[in-house]
Design a protein around this ligand. Structure first.
Ligand SMILES: NC(=O)c1ccc[n+]([C@@H]2O[C@H](COP(=O)([O-])OP(=O)(O)OC[C@H]3O[C@@H](n4cnc5c(N)ncnc54)[C@H](OP(=O)(O)O)[C@@H]3O)[C@@H](O)[C@H]2O)c1
Length: 328
């Protein structure tokens, strides 16, 4: 793999813009191409980020021989289809979270990646944010002793008419898949184990998706993760990891935090200031490029198994509510 890694951006929506903007902070990354359903969007996006190759279909982007890795930024329900499109064209893939609508779709994507011997990773960028990585190091070093609890919420308030994709059942709407995935993935990252029991409650909105929800994950040694998500309620965005010998505060907003604090009894708080340029999406891109240069098919941090585990937890939670999407 050459020093420069050429990215193709599949879709031109909200998060594709943030990702493309952050790639300038990822040394060695070049945005070579963009693919959109419309010429106007492809042209506008290409103009904004100085992208040489512009395609008016996702198929044409996937077939572009000048692209090494494709970033999939379409709504959740298209992640499976668009990841497989890119893999079948021989491209590596970074696919937005949630990786798919459900665990079966995620497994189908990983099977294609395996068959094609191509790299793929879920874009769970939180795991690569420096302040979050610092918190994880403190946990792994035993600085708070055995972890007992983790608290994290991700809820924001949007008016009914603003919610668009988020309340559209055909696009995999609802708070769980869109933002609930963050606290659930944070618990998976920090505790590094699979819950033995999952309890949840949701308030469903008339469109048939979850407007707000709470999740309680219990682990084999009695550890608890107390989590919530919402698309109609603004919540607190700090995360806390509480252990037998102290506590870690990942400062708001935890999913792209710039500061973590280690709090231990009878000690001064240890504050890790982790400034970062842009939105912070460049760190996951750096991980992808490091893996590609090392010839890996999977990130050793954001593993396929962890993605499957998080999808399985979300499947279980939705089954508890009886929430099925039309494509399932
Ligand atoms: N990592 C993060 O922080 C983060 C934040 C927000 C969202 N996300 C994830 O990223 C994905 C996209 O979210 P977003 O907020 O960027 O969505 P968005 O603004 O609605 O953009 C989605 C894009 O997907 C393409 N698309 C293809 N078929 C579509 C269809 N039938 N309806 C709508 N769009 C379609 C469109 O691009 P073209 O018109 O160019 O084809 C559209 O601009 C979601 O899975 C979401 O969970 C991640």
């Amino acid at each position: 793999m050459p020093d420069k890694i050429r990215w193709g951006i599949l879709s031109t929506g909200n998060i594709a813009n943030k990702f493309a903007s952050d790639l300038k902070h990822a040394e060695g990354a070049v945005i070579q191409a963009v693919g959109s359903r419309t010429q106007a969007s492809a042209d506008a996006f290409a103009g904004k980020y100085g992208i040489p190759n512009r395609h008016t279909s996702y198929e044409a982007l996937a077939a572009d021989p000048e692209v090494d890795v494709i970033y999939v930024g379409t709504p959740h329900n298209f992640h499976q289809e668009h990841s497989i499109l890119a893999l079948n064209a021989g491209k590596a893939v970074l696919c937005e979270k949630p990786f798919a609508i459900n665990c079966a779709e995620a497994k189908a994507v990983f099977a294609v990646a395996q068959a094609k011997q191509r790299f793929i990773m879920e874009a769970m960028w939180t795991w690569f944010i420096p302040a979050v990585a610092q918190a994880k190091s403190w946990v792994d070093e035993g600085r708070i002793g055995a972890v007992r609890m983790l608290h994290a919420n991700f809820g924001f308030r949007m008016d009914d008419e603003e919610r668009g994709r988020l309340r559209d059942k055909t696009l995999g709407g609802g708070s769980l898949l869109d933002v609930g995935v963050y606290p659930i993935a944070l618990a998976a990252f920090m505790l590094d184990k699979t819950p033995v029991s999952i309890q949840s409650a949701a308030c469903m909105e008339p469109a048939g998706v979850d407007e707000q929800a709470a999740f309680l994950l219990k682990y084999d040694r009695g550890e608890l993760a107390v989590l919530s998500s919402a698309i109609a309620t603004a919540t607190n965005y700090d995360a806390y990891i509480e252990g037998e010998a102290g506590m870690i505060h990942i400062h708001s907003p935890f999913w792209c935090s710039r500061r973590a604090t280690l709090l231990r009894p009878d000690e001064e708080p240890l504050v890790a200031e982790c400034p970062m340029p842009g939105n912070g999406m460049q760190y996951q891109a750096l991980e992808v490029m490091r893996c590609l240069r090392e010839g890996r098919l999977e990130s050793p941090t954001m593993t396929h198994a962890r993605t499957i585990e998080v999808m399985t937890i979300m499947d279980t939670i939705r089954a508890q509510w009886g929430l099925r999407y039309p494509m399932e």
